[in-house]
Ligand binder design. Structure first.
Ligand SMILES: C[C@@]1(CC(=O)O)C2=NC(=C\c3[nH]c(c(CCC(=O)O)c3CC(=O)O)Cc3[nH]c(c(CC(=O)O)c3CCC(=O)O)/C=C3\N/C(=C\2)[C@@H](CCC(=O)O)[C@]3(C)CC(=O)O)/[C@H]1CCC(=O)O
Ligand SMILES: NC(=O)c1ccc[n+]([C@@H]2O[C@H](COP(=O)([O-])OP(=O)(O)OC[C@H]3O[C@@H](n4cnc5c(N)ncnc54)[C@H](O)[C@@H]3O)[C@@H](O)[C@H]2O)c1
Length: 214
């Protein structure tokens, strides 16, 4: 059965990562990028995690997981290299109402972490349903080459125009028509060529066609 994709708002939410190796570090960075308040429980951590702890960007509890370590967390990620510890922490997390991810046991996960590229507010993710993270990584690399940083700028511009069009076009139907027409291949080609200003003009021009309709 495929997973149900969601986009969680983690701003300020307490998230725990059990373990402090390379996998834990990858998960921590993604949590921080989403504004989560991250606590790492691990006797040892990577240099990157140690630097984040020293800078006060994460809380590091420098000891092995113990039953009772998980209190008041929205998300718990179990990423030690000890499957028994991961299982135990997952059980406690779930019993205490957290959403649980277990790095070495997809069958114990409430959610899996997709591969992702982030361009401003644009987030493109790939999930293989746990079948092949390596394929997810490969597809992510293809998407990275295709959807460069200009797409973040494009989205920011379109977002601004969307607010404007809510004022200028009276009905949801007119706005739907407008946006289906406005985001065409030509606008995309201009974005890809780095001509954002021209793309914006092109999109604005599309309002003429909508207004002319009965
Ligand atoms: C996408 C990404 C996100 C992230 O971690 O941030 C992610 N794994 C990534 C990379 C990666 N992971 C592994 C390899 C080695 C090659 C291989 O095994 O394929 C590579 C590739 C590499 O590193 O080159 C090994 C591995 N991964 C899992 C297991 C356990 C198992 O399957 O039983 C094992 C075996 C461990 C072992 O053998 O001991 C499990 C999971 N890994 C997931 C996510 C979830 C499913 C995502 C999906 O549905 O696709 C899931 C289920 C749980 C979770 O972690 O949420 C990140 C790509 C980041 C990027 O974009 O580069
Ligand atoms: N889901 C994924 O994306 C993915 C990818 C590769 C590997 N894995 C799995 O994830 C696990 C972790 O991989 P890694 O490369 O980060 O391993 P690692 O060996 O680099 O790190 C393991 C970490 O766990 C900590 N640890 C050990 N015992 C602990 C305990 N009792 N309490 C708290 N922390 C403890 C260690 O101090 C260390 O920081 C591996 O077992 C592997 O099977 C998952």
């Amino acid at each position: 059965m495929p997973y149900y994709p969601v986009n969680l708002n983690l701003a300020g939410r307490r998230c725990a990562v059990i373990g402090g190796g390379a996998v834990a570090a990858r998960k921590v960075l993604a949590l921080l990028a989403a504004g989560a308040a991250v606590t790492v429980v691990s006797p040892a951590v990577t240099a990157e995690l140690a630097a984040l702890a020293a800078a006060g960007q994460i809380t590091h509890i420098e000891r092995p997981y113990w039953p009772g370590a998980i209190e008041n967390f929205f998300i718990v990620i179990c990423a030690t290299d000890d499957p028994d510890v991961n299982r135990q922490a997952a059980e406690e997390g779930r019993a205490k109402g957290a959403l649980v991810n277990v790095a070495d046991a997809p069958e114990l996960c409430d959610f899996t972490v997709p591969s992702q590229i982030v361009r401003g507010d644009l987030v493109i993710t790939v999930s293989t349903g746990g079948k092949s993270p390596a394929l997810a990584r490969r597809l992510r690399q293809e998407l990275e080459a295709r959807y460069g940083p200009e797409y973040g700028l494009y989205l920011a511009m379109v977002g601004r125009l969307r607010d404007e069009m809510k004022e200028r076009l009276a009905t949801p139907r007119a706005r739907e028509c407008f946006w289906r027409r406005a985001l065409d291949d030509e606008a995309l080609a201009l974005v890809k060529a780095g001509k954002l200003h021209e793309a914006e003009e092109k999109i604005r021009d599309a309002i003429g066609g909508i207004r002319a309709e009965p």
